[in-house]
Design a protein around this ligand. Sequence first.
Ligand SMILES: *Cc1c(COP(=O)(O)O)cnc(C)c1O
Length: 429
Amino acid sequence: MKTKSSILFEKAEQYIPGGVNSPVRAGKAVGITPLFIDRADGCFLWDVDGNQYVDYVCSWGPLILGHAHETVIEAIKKQAVCGTSYGAPTALELEMAKMIADMVPSIDMVRFVNSGTEATMSAIRLARGITGRDNIVKFDGCYHGHADSLLVSAGSGIATLGIPGSPGVSKDIAKHTISLPYNDLDAVYKTFSRFGRDIAAIIVEPIPGNMGVIVPDMEFLKGIRKITKEYESLLIFDEVITGFRVGRGGAQELFGIMPDITCLGKIIGGGLPVGAYGGNKEIMMNVSPAGNIYQAGTLSGNPLAMIAGITTLKILNEDGVYRKLERLGSTLFSGLKTAAEKAGIPVTINHIGSMGSMFFTEGPVYDFNSANKSDTERFRSYYKGMLNKGVYLAPSPFESTFVSLAHTQEVIQTTIDAAMSVMSSLMQD
Ligand SMILES: *Cc1c(COP(=O)(O)O)cnc(C)c1O
């Protein structure tokens, strides 16, 4: 019998390309048709067929408090009756900007946009505008949203000039993006010694979360900070995932390395669409109308998104929140590791606080090329097994697993038990 989800999916495919509004949701990497979600509460999701799942996707990162957090929902309701958008300044934008400036060490001023993509795209424009240079450096396997100049994969060759990562990205744009291997400082030095004076910025995920979670080499991050200063290029930290995830001040505070521009998104919207980019006053005063580098948005600073964000950040400011997230993350990821060991399945588990990922491969995974060696066939079976046991994971081995404050030690233990049983059945096949 067909499930309601699969019937909806068939219909959706007639009206929406691929039946989804963001490709990875389609579940192609694991060979499933997507679940259509009916509702969610805390760490649980229910699909339209009435099945319950423990959710480790958390809307791909934003829902650090879990679904439908009572305080956030109340705040949204209260604002909604006063209007959903004015296209004029509000005190909420000011409150939110001040909170971000207080919490993120390198940010004095911030501009709100509507997605992470807009944040990185605008940050790149700002860096190009300030330096008067066109080229940017990114790293293989880092995802910075779908703006043209960032949809570039340049293979792993050192200082290969960018080739478009998607049809429709013009060669003229792609050629200004240089993509280098992550954690490879030597490649950065070589590139800067050749093109350094033409490079506007390095953009980097300080903790990559889009090729699975990769733990950065501190010397690498310190090195790119140093070399960008030396060549008067800017350093952009894309903290769209890590901002307010790995700590109040993001990865920059955790590591004590300050970027020139920070991109935020996901968590700061409290489940509504928001992005932001910020930096010190000198840098941000270049953004129009204070400066001449143009950037705008009809719904930017939207009051519903602002109140959801403010309410979320206030809760994240309470004592012990990040310690709790760290404990929950440790339980989950060390439990998964033990489960794999008991089943005799080789895995590498990387995690920082409440974000992590599991590669079905032996040996440390430190960049996109080694992440690519993960056994996707095995992941597929594991994914389906876990789904059958009521555990909802991201349908790709290259996406992070997220734990929220709504997950409990007990729920996580049931997930570990499920993993133990799924992994031992994998070994029997
Ligand atoms: C999700 C993500 C983006 C893009 O954000 P959207 O809101 O999906 O446009 C950019 N950078 C990183 C690191 C992300 O994880």
